[in-house]
Ligand binder design. Structure first.
Ligand SMILES: [Zn+2]
Ligand SMILES: [Zn+2]
Ligand SMILES: [Zn+2]
Length: 277
């Protein structure tokens, strides 16, 4: 399985769109891996995770075959993960696609309903975009992948899930945006009961201390990984990546944070990072 990180920031991006803070100024100055667009990932050039406004910029930069992709998993309805009105551009005449098959979106209630509104507003046919309502803890299959949506601990209005994805004996847990899981979610992972090969953790706050539920910092990632090791869900061969950074976090610039994270056995994502496992 191959994952490509297309966008690796929280909602505002780094530098944040209207911000003059020190982190944003520094990121702009340093450039390279310190520049982060909004969250999106691609599995094997087949399965898209999330659909932010930056999808178009990702397509331009990475040149992945967006017109051919048939499945997109939406984690939740926050704007850095879902920008529904863009789907209008897949309609005939806006897009000329050979052997056109629908692009199917999978999302829980809030994402599903935002997409439904967009579909109704601009009259999109089922052969252009399909909208599928998922249920947390009920697995489904798409494009040959086993997908288990697991309830995330995040703004409940956005009906958040994280995804456990499995194919050909390889597995990946894409765990944004969330903090420590609720009991039911841990039980679902326990039921899976196998070592996960690749885990992408939410590290919105970097090394900053945090009290609120919804995201993670480095310490929370360390604690979550420890619990996963205890439960047999991870071991020293599991690739652990930190992702989804905010300019309001501490030490979040790539150049700084990659050194800190490496000491704890984590990789740090950057826009365009690709890993095969
Ligand atoms: Zn987010
Ligand atoms: Zn800023
Ligand atoms: Zn969110």
């Amino acid at each position: 399985m191959k994952i490509k990180y297309l966008g690796t920031a929280a909602a505002e991006g780094i530098p944040a769109i209207f911000c003059q803070c020190e982190i944003c100024r520094k990121a702009m100055e340093l450039g390279g891996r310190n520049i982060r667009t909004r969250s999106q990932a691609l599995i094997d050039e087949t399965l898209l995770i999330d659909f932010p406004a930056d999808t178009y910029a990702h397509f331009l930069k990475e040149k992945f075959p967006l017109s051919k992709i048939k499945a997109c998993l939406i984690t939740h309805s926050h704007s850095d993960h879902l920008y529904p009105i863009e789907i209008e551009m897949r309609k005939d005449d806006y897009a000329h696609i050979e052997n056109k098959e629908p692009l199917t979106f999978y999302g829980d209630e809030s994402a599903y309903s935002l997409l439904r509104q967009a579909i109704e507003k601009v009259h999109i046919e089922e052969n252009v975009v399909k909208n599928v309502l998922i249920t947390p803890f009920v697995s489904f299959e798409t494009e040959g992948y086993f997908v288990m949506p697991i309830r995330a601990s995040h703004d409940s209005w956005s009906s958040p899930v994280v995804y456990l994805i499995e194919k050909d004996g390889k597995s990946l847990l894409y765990a944004h945006d969330t903090s420590d899981f609720i009991e039911e979610s841990w039980n679902c992972l326990k039921k899976f009961g196998k070592k996960i090969d690749f885990i992408s953790f939410d590290c919105t706050a970097g090394t900053a201390p945090m009290q609120y539920v919804g995201h993670m910092n480095l310490q929370r990632c360390i604690d979550m990984r420890k619990k996963m090791v205890r439960l047999g869900l991870a071991d020293s061969s599991t690739i652990c990546v930190l992702n989804h950074f905010s300019h309001n976090g501490e030490n979040v610039l790539y150049d700084t944070f990659s050194e800190i994270a490496q000491k704890e056995g984590f990789w740090v994502s950057y826009d365009g990072m690709e890993m095969t496992f």
